[in-house]
Design a protein around this ligand. Structure first.
Ligand SMILES: *[C@@H]1O[C@H](CO)[C@@H](O)[C@H](O)[C@H]1NC(C)=O
Ligand SMILES: *[C@@H]1O[C@H](CO)[C@@H](O)[C@H](O)[C@H]1NC(C)=O
Ligand SMILES: *[C@@H]1O[C@H](CO)[C@@H](O)[C@H](O)[C@H]1NC(C)=O
Ligand SMILES: *[C@@H]1O[C@H](CO)[C@@H](O)[C@H](O)[C@H]1NC(C)=O
Ligand SMILES: *[C@@H]1O[C@H](CO)[C@@H](O)[C@H](O)[C@H]1NC(C)=O
Ligand SMILES: *[C@@H]1O[C@H](CO)[C@@H](O)[C@H](O)[C@H]1NC(C)=O
Ligand SMILES: CC(=O)N[C@H]1CO[C@H](CO)[C@@H](O)[C@@H]1O
Length: 833
């Protein structure tokens, strides 16, 4: 680059002039118009995928990003998580899996672009949508609206992040990977709740962001009135019909939901590869320029980062990379094929003239032509009926709810409904560390509840019930509400037929009276988290001690004014029926004493290095005992396979490996009984209630233990059990590929792979070339079949980590199928493990 260009870049970025080693990497000019994102004069389409850095580990990042690149993406998108970085006011943490700069460098090193969605409200099924709780607790604040206290804080954090990016030269305008940044998030969904102040706020967001002078475009998602130069973008299952209000701006899709998230008690969501590919192909058929998979890798809600209420610890999302970072097949492979096709047409898509022919009944042909070449999309949006299209003297069959791609308008190279990629079946395998006994040996200690339950000891008191977030600053899930009442002999509340009623705003409540456990209750049914606890009680003359332990399970992250939704105990009454009269004693404004957190949390007993983590008891291991800590040691499983912890038998609580949290657990929470589909038809619009599985099953039984949390020598697992459980079946396992299957049409290539760690195919369990039926683990031969197929596969694949075979009768022998039968090769193979 010339010195003149260099000087102008430095002049543009004042902050940069101090830190830049100018000219180390080429600054990129990023602009956009209706048909392309233009990067240094090159008109591009952007295929991006979301990976949230705190939901995996730095050790996983290079592999996740490499697999994204191999999957055909050219950009990675992430939110920035304010409450993770600034959990305490003006105390910042960018270490470990919060190392945003390292994450962006890893993206850059892989040669990919980055999209930085600062928010700083992020939703994302993340605790409190990413807002720090201290923000909520500030004097005079109103969140997400035209409020100066809030705006100052939002500007402070946003500026801090932007300055950090500039200092590290991470914007494309400085030669870095970030080509686009986002301010706010889906504000258009809630703007009407804020009236005029909402409009002023979003205008302020735009000018504040603009003033930060990042040298690349800003976007606002789901915000149709995005003030220029903010670019508006779409989120949803489909965005093909979306058009930006300003027709000279690009059609961009910041969140294409690849599946859905799961809650405690929720079913397993699945979005098929066919439907996801269809949505993407339709989007580009109808002029899309940027598409982002939300999520490409979902990952894990470690610690207390899960949003809520009741977002589970897994954030797998049925994304193309599964929670652990393995390829989720056939989704990953089917999309990779699509990306290759789209990228092969990038020039014509971003420059070309567009014309379309409507064939009626939701059938449409779109032709892009440029400089003497033409590319076609044939779409059939009818949900039930396949169609045959006559186009330029040729006939093409397009299955229902699919898009065919013909890069030369003559030959179909891809159809979204025809999946040729393999399916991969994983199994859980016992921990094969050396000398590891078949069951873990445990020690335990009780959570110290005497002082709260018997004596009502806490740290602060008030003559009112305090909202839980305000009392704890969300430093713990747990808050004790304690009061004592002194009753004279003639107090009318003494006697029979007395009910204790506790109104709560959620999420879990344990009640103790006079040192005795009275009962527990929790919300969650039908999406309701507030509930009323009622129980018959008997009080003593003299002193009575009432102690309530309230627990949150992830703070709400979405909805109008979600941040003002209260949690904790909201009302306490004693109600006695005396003859026909109700005597009500409202304790809500009695003197309440508070204790934040568990005794064990105060003493960091999950951390074996803590001086207080002693006094573990190694005999008479209790089961089904509430408020109990368990500890065991284990050896690292051999190899590199993903490690999971099977918590079958445990109730609800929190788990730590070597002092590091792997998240909340709740295996006793079963998924609802209804709402599953036995077979999943990809045709027709997807929603998160379609194609669900695991009715009545454990909503989350296995928990991810990242390899980097485990040491080579001895490791410690600590569990806090809140409800009561039995740890004797708890075990570490590895998650390994067991089988791979594929069914590939003639003319395509079958590719099988045991997907890493040096594993080879050990046997071919099924092979049929002809018209085989069924699907993976349930294939059967059809009416025609070539005898040679099995031996060809055995010869080419057994003993190999992967193999690839042209599906044709030259290789597989004649199948003697009848005329017009579409032949395919179906294979099921087993992998060594
Ligand atoms: C954020 O606020 C603090 C004062 O609380 C101030 O020192 C700091 O400079 C501000 N940061 C930015 C980037 O404005
Ligand atoms: C529409 O977008 C173009 C290109 O970014 C911009 O120049 C123009 O001001 C925008 N129009 C409106 C009404 O915002
Ligand atoms: C147009 O096509 C010709 C012939 O294939 C090629 O030489 C030329 O570079 C192309 N022009 C552009 C602008 O792509
Ligand atoms: C699909 O096509 C069939 C047959 O032409 C037609 O009866 C039906 O109404 C179409 N369905 C939709 C949703 O367009
Ligand atoms: C919560 O934070 C406020 C300041 O923001 C502080 O005064 C208060 O002591 C904190 N409470 C707890 C329980 O940490
Ligand atoms: C508790 O909830 C009940 C039922 O919803 C309601 O009637 C009562 O007024 C509430 N009491 C308090 C003290 O909040
Ligand atoms: C409308 C909405 O729910 N927004 C969300 C879109 O999808 C993901 C859900 O996984 C959220 O993170 C978005 O912010």
């Amino acid at each position: 680059m010339s010195a003149l260009q260099c000087a102008s870049v430095v002049a543009l970025l004042v902050a940069c002039s101090i830190f830049c080693s100018c000219c180390a990497s080429t600054p990129l000019d990023v602009s956009s118009d209706a048909r392309a994102i233009t990067i240094n004069g090159q008109r591009r389409i952007i295929l991006a995928g979301s990976i949230h850095y705190p939901r995996s580990t730095p050790q996983m990042w290079p592999d996740l990003i490499q697999k994204s690149k191999e999957g055909g993406l050219n950009a990675i998108e992430t939110y920035v998580f304010w409450n993770a970085h600034e959990a305490q006011y003006r105390q910042y943490d960018f270490s470990g899996n919060l190392d945003l700069v390292r994450f962006l460098r890893t993206i850059q090193d892989a040669g990919l672009y980055a999209i930085l969605r600062i928010g700083p409200y992020v939703c994302a099924e993340w605790n409190y949508g990413g807002y720090p709780i201290w923000l909520h607790n500030m004097q005079g604040i109103q969140l997400r609206t035209d409020n100066s206290v809030y705006k100052n804080e939002m500007q402070n954090f946003t500026t801090m992040i932007v300055n950090m990016m500039k200092k590290e030269e991470l914007f494309a305008s400085q030669g870095g990977p970030i080509i686009i940044a986002q301010i706010e998030n889906e504000y258009g969904n809630v703007i009407s709740s804020y009236g005029e102040a909402g409009k002023q706020y979003i205008n302020w967001c735009a000018s504040m962001a603009n003033s930060l002078d990042i040298g690349v475009p800003w976007v606002m998602c789901q915000e149709t009135d995005a003030p220029a130069p903010m670019l508006e973008t779409c989120n949803g299952w489909y965005c093909d019909q979306y058009e930006p209000k300003n027709s000279s701006t690009p059609k961009m899709w910041t969140e294409n939901w690849t599946g859905w998230f799961k809650g405690w008690g929720g079913l397993d969501p699945h979005r098929t590869a066919e439907d996801l590919a269809y949505a993407v192909a339709r989007f580009f058929q109808l002029g899309g320029t940027l598409q982002n998979y939300y999520m490409y890798h979902g990952g894990t809600n470690f610690g207390r980062t899960a949003g809520g209420p009741y977002i589970a610890t897994t954030y797998d999302y049925d994304a193309p990379l599964d929670e652990f970072g393995n390829l989720n097949q056939p989704k990953w492979g089917h999309l990779k094929e699509l990306h290759l096709q789209l990228m092969s047409m990038e020039k014509v898509l971003t420059h070309g003239d567009v014309s379309s022919i409507d064939y009626g009944n939701d059938v449409q042909v779109t032709i892009y032509s440029y400089n003497g070449t033409a590319s076609c999309f044939f779409s059939n949006a009818n949900q039930t009926t396949d169609t045959t299209i006559s186009f330029q003297d040729n006939q093409f069959t397009v299955p229902a709810w699919s898009v065919s791609i013909l890069p030369d308008c003559k030959t179909e190279t891809y159809n979204t409904a025809k999946v040729n990629s393999q399916t991969t079946v994983f199994v859980k395998k016992a921990n094969q560390a050396e000398d590891e006994p078949s069951s873990l040996s445990w020690s335990w200690r009780p959570e110290h509840v005497k002082e709260t339950v018997n004596n009502g000891l806490g740290s602060v008191s008030a003559n009112m019930l305090i909202e839980q977030k305000a009392a704890t600053n969300d430093t713990s899930d747990y808050l004790w509400y304690m009061t004592s009442l002194d009753l004279a002999k003639d107090d009318l509340i003494l006697g029979d037929d007395l009910t204790l009623r506790v109104n709560t705003s959620g999420h879990v409540l344990h009640v103790y009276l006079n040192g005795k456990f009275l009962g527990s209750q929790w919300g969650g049914d039908n999406g309701k988290y507030d509930f009323v606890f009622e129980k018959k009680v008997k009080l003593n003359e003299g002193k009575n001690q009432l102690s309530l332990l309230s627990a949150t399970v992830g703070l709400k992250n979405y909805g109008p004014m979600f941040y003002d939704v209260p949690t904790g105990v909201a009302g306490v009454e004693l109600i006695r029926k005396l003859n026909d009269e109700l005597i009500v004693k409202d304790l809500s404004s009695s003197k309440w004493t508070y204790k934040v957190g568990l005794h064990g949390e105060d003493h960091q007993i999950q951390n074996v290095e803590s001086p207080h983590s002693s006094k573990w008891i190694s005999d008479s291991l209790p089961t089904n005992r509430m408020m109990t800590w368990y500890k065991t040691t284990f050896k690292a499983p051999l190899g590199n396979d993903v490690v999971v912890l099977d918590l079958l038998g445990m109730g609800k609580g929190h788990a730590w490996i070597n002092g590091r949290s792997i998240g909340r657990f709740w295996p006793t929470y079963l998924a609802v009984q209804d709402g599953c589909q036995e077979t999943c038809d990809y045709r027709g619009p997807y929603s998160d209630t379609k194609c669900r599985t695991n009715c009545g099953g454990i909503s989350q039984r296995w928990y991810h233990v990242p390899r980097s949390f485990i040491r080579d020598d001895l490791n410690t697992l600590v569990l806090f059990e809140e409800f009561g459980g039995n740890p004797s079946n708890v075990k570490f396992q590895t998650n390994v590929v067991d089988k791979v299957c594929a069914a590939v049409e003639e003319g395509h290539t079958l590719e099988l792979s045991c997907q890493g760690n040096g594993r080879a195919i050990s046997s071919i369990e099924f092979a049929s070339f002809g018209d085989p039926k069924g699907s993976c683990e349930a294939f059967s031969s059809g009416s025609c079949d070539s005898a040679a197929a099995l031996s060809v596969l055995q010869e080419k694949c057994v003993g190999q980590e992967s193999c690839s075979i042209e599906v044709s009768d030259a290789l597989l022998g004649s199948a003697n199928c009848g005329f017009g039968v579409q032949r395919k090769l179906a294979v099921q193979a087993r992998c060594h493990h």
